[in-house]
Design a protein around this ligand. Sequence first.
Ligand code: GRF
Length: 208
Amino acid sequence: MKNIVVLVSGGGTNLQALIDAEKSGIIKNGKITCVISSNPDAYALERAAKNNIPTEVIRRRDYDEFIEYDKALTALLKSKNADLIVLAGFMTILGHEVISAFPNRIINIHPALIPSFCGEGFYGLRVHEAALNKGVKLSGATAHFVNEVCDGGPIIIQKSVEVKSGDTPEVLQKRIMEQAEWKILPQAVSLFCQDKIKVVNNVAIICD
Ligand code: GRF
């Protein structure tokens, strides 16, 4: 059974999807053993507490230098014996220490079809604003491993979602969460926990 540590900063609907998927058996061979928040007021922490999942808070602003924060987060993750780290709306940039300590063991969910609308500055509603400004007819979500390139790690699963005329960024965000993010993130986690993802030349291969 693999230990899954979920990193959050906000509402935690993706965390909820993971909790529900664990309960219903969609996530095989994995258990959420800790939720770590960058924000002490994140509602995600309440979701964890309601499900008896231990929580921790680590704030960037409590460290003068980024490297100190990066080392502290790495040590915290190691102390939790994390096999897999899931970024579920974690709003703090990960540094070299964390990323190199967990190669192809950190999964992020991005609310667009990478390589579209991704990279630095593309987070939250900005992603959906950019998609609507471009006039794409399909957007979606991507579950991918995290490496040192922002949104550049191996792609595990993608799911497309229709963009409808009259969509606002908020409406599109909600549809992408409901139809894509909450489905593919648990699926990607389950594949990882069953050792069904191989990475060759920065490409993820699913061995189902
Ligand atoms: C989601 O849109 C996800 O794609 C992005 O951050 C948001 C988190 O939302 N990485 P929630 O906290 O899971 O509700």
